[in-house]
Each structure stands twice: as C-alpha cells, then as structure tokens.
Design a protein around this ligand. Structure first.
Ligand SMILES: Nc1ncnc2c1ncn2[C@@H]1O[C@H](COP(=O)(O)OP(=O)(O)OP(=O)(O)O)[C@@H](O)[C@H]1O
Ligand SMILES: [Mg+2]
Length: 284
C-alpha cells in the first residue's frame, strides 16, 4: 500500500490556522493541507500506537493562537494522563489527568452547564435574520472544545462509578447532542468504536478519522458501505513500530460531514517540538 511521506513541525509553520473553522493538521494524497474545523464534533479512532495523539498534538498547536486571543477555550480529560505536560501551559482552562481524577466530573459538568446557559440565552433577532441556530464565537462566548483522550476508557470508568458515573456519562451524551448549536465541540480519541464501548455516542460525531485498526466491518461502518473495497481500507495500513521507524503512524482515512472518505497523514511533532510549544505558552 502506498504511504504518504512523513511530515513534521515545518508543516505548521507553512500552514498556520487562519480561522478556527479551518485548522490544517494533515496532508492528503495530493500533498494539499487537510483541515478540520471547529464546527462539529470530531472522533479519532484507531488501535494503540496508530497515531491518534499526533492528531491531538496538531490540533492543540493550531488552536494555541486562538486560545491566546480568547476566541477558543480548551478543556481536557485524559484518563491515561498522557497530556500532562500541557498542564504546565495556559492552553487548557482545566485538564483532568489520570483515571478517576477528581476534576473529571467537574469539568464535564461545567461544560454541560455552559451549553445549557448558552442555549437558554440565545438571542433571536428577526430583523437581522438571526434565528439563533448556530453559534458565532465572540469574546464573551468563545468556541469551547472538550478534548477527551481515550473516550472508550473514560466511558468504561464511568460505567463502574455507580449512579454518579452514569449521570456524568449522560451529560457527555447531551454535550454531543446539543453542544454544536452552542459552540461547544467534543474532540475525542478512542481505540474502539463498538456500540458496547461508545453506545449511542458513536453516531453523533460529524467528522471521524480512522487510523490503523483491524476490522473491515468497523472500517465500512465508519467510512461508509463498501469503503474498504473502494480502497479506503484502514485495516491494510501496516503496523507502525520502532522496527520500521513508525513509517506508517499517523496515516488515516477521514470521513467528513458529507460522508466522503479521504486518505490523509497527520503532521507529527516530536517531544521537543511539544516542549517548545508549552514553553511558549507557559503558565504565568
Ligand atoms: N503523524 C505521524 N507521523 C509519523 N510518526 C508518527 C505520527 N504519529 C505518531 N507517530 C509515531 O507513532 C508513535 C505512536 O503514536 P501515538 O502515540 O500518537 O499513537 P496513539 O494512537 O495515540 O496510541 P495509544 O492508543 O497507545 O495512545 C509515536 O510515538 C510516534 O513515534
Ligand atoms: Mg494515545
């Protein structure tokens, strides 16, 4: 299978995000930048080590300037505590790291309450034709991103956390159902997209990116019927490992809101690049 060559931090220097609705994070087969937009919920799915976190690192990097101006607000939940270094920066309003981090419930409840409040206060202005159906980010009402690394692990933990865990899981579902029209977007990674892992949440993501994973059934479920046969087959992306210098990590198939699959490769930032970003936005 043909790969798309690795790209590094220089990609971001060449392709800065101009608007929160166009955030370049990858390239397509023609070498053109591929962007995600803060106008819907996003899911990054794939097996362990397939490159999901390079997508998250790319997104955080591209959002940083907007976070700095107050146009975007970022919250993070990370049961495996891999994003912890970002906690040293001012990029996250709050970042709950680790299984059962006490602030996990608080962050979800806070984001949920923000949606409720924004929807209750929506302005409808018939004269200007503003029917209040979409959210225009402003300084007092920025685009809000709830980043969840390993959503399937989080839901598993919530499933074992009694009535309180159940109530929090329900809030997550409501964030997916009602967040978009309030300018609140969930960006999540997951290793599994099966119904018993994600429940009804699976169907509420507007953009889904599928990295290497093992099931043709899952492939076509996410990318559309017959996608694998048409060449959009995430099961044929070779395993990336130290032995092949991670030659194929970060390669994925994306399905956008209109359902068209596309092969892409995310730009990769090294630990050094990430450390430099954190230093640039270090907490005062
Ligand atoms: N876009 C990329 N280009 C080149 N190499 C990459 C890319 N993304 C990841 N890698 C390499 O692959 C390794 C695994 O990637 P990453 O940690 O992002 O996977 P993951 O899907 O988040 O895995 P896990 O499920 O274990 O958290 C990285 O340490 C890196 O060496
Ligand atoms: Mg990861």
């Amino acid at each position: 299978m043909e790969t798309i060559n690795k790209i590094g931090v220089e990609f971001f220097e060449k392709n800065p995000a101009i608007l929160p609705s166009f955030i370049p994070v990858a390239i397509n087969r023609d070498g053109q930048p591929w962007a995600i937009g803060l106008n819907g919920h996003m899911l990054f799915a794939g097996s362990a080590g397939s490159g999901k976190n390079s997508a998250i690192d790319a997104l955080i990097r591209q959002l940083a300037p907007f976070i700095d101006t107050g146009a975007v607000k970022l919250y993070g939940i990370d049961p495996k505590d891999q994003l912890r270094p970002y906690g040293l920066s001012r990029l996250f309003v709050a970042l709950a790291g680790g299984a059962f981090a006490p602030d996990t419930f608080e962050i979800i409840a806070g984001v949920h309450a923000e949606i409720k409040e924004r929807l209750a206060n929506k302005k409808i202005d018939l004269d200007s034709g503003n029917l209040g159906r979409s959210h225009e980010p402003t300084e007092s009402s920025p685009a809000t991103v709830l980043l969840i690394d390993e959503l399937d692990s989080l839901l598993y933990l919530l499933g074992g956390a009694g009535a309180e865990g159940k109530a929090v899981a329900r809030k997550l579902e409501e964030i997916l159902l009602f967040g978009r029209s309030a300018g609140v977007y969930m960006v999540a990674t997951t290793q599994s997209v099966h119904k018993d892992a994600l429940g009804r949440m699976r169907d509420n993501f507007h953009t889904v990116v599928l990295f290497r994973q093992g099931s043709v059934y899952v492939n076509d479920l996410i990318l559309g019927e017959g996608a694998a046969e048409r060449g959009f087959n995430s099961t044929t992306i070779p395993l990336a490992s130290p032995a092949n210098n991670y030659e194929t990590a970060g390669i994925a198939y994306a399905r956008d809101a209109v359902g068209k699959p596309e092969k892409i490769r995310f730009a990769y930032t090294s630990d050094n690049d990430i450390a430099a970003l954190i230093r640039e936005y270090i907490k005062n």
